[in-house]
Design a protein around this ligand. Sequence first.
Ligand SMILES: [Cu+2]
Length: 176
Amino acid sequence: MRIAARILFAALGAAYLFVHFAPHAHAHDGIDHGAENYAESVSAGDLEITGPFSRATLPNAPVAGGYLSIVNTGTEDDRLVSAASDVAQEVQLHEMVVVEDVMRMRQLEDGIAIPAGETVTLAPGGLHVMFMGINQPFIEGECVEVTLSFAVAGEVALCLLIGPADAREAGGHHNH
Ligand SMILES: [Cu+2]
């Protein structure tokens, strides 16, 4: 009986390890719950991406926005062609336009130009990354994993820090 009990405990221990550690290695939902991977800036080739952030959403919200600044320090024009994330069914690039006095969003099928020597800012009320069909609410303090694809700089993976629902910039509680 003692040996049987030891085997049972060993089996339970293995099951515990499996349940507690396996999901982190395999199930990937596009959200970094501890925001460990969040970086205030990410460089790729001639591009520097700063202040990536998103905003907390209400439960069952279908969409969410992503915001960041892109500096092209090089002499060659680049273009943000697309974005992808496991957190949404589809990720689009949008701009806000006024149509008959009403502010509306419009998908940018050709992406967003990042001219040489210029800074392009995606911010609330303007250009933004649009997460369509998000699979869970965005919670303040976590971060959303997204991969941006540029024509020249290639793919850049980064994390958007989730701020309050009305955040205007990354880390809205410390102004800089
Ligand atoms: Cu939009």
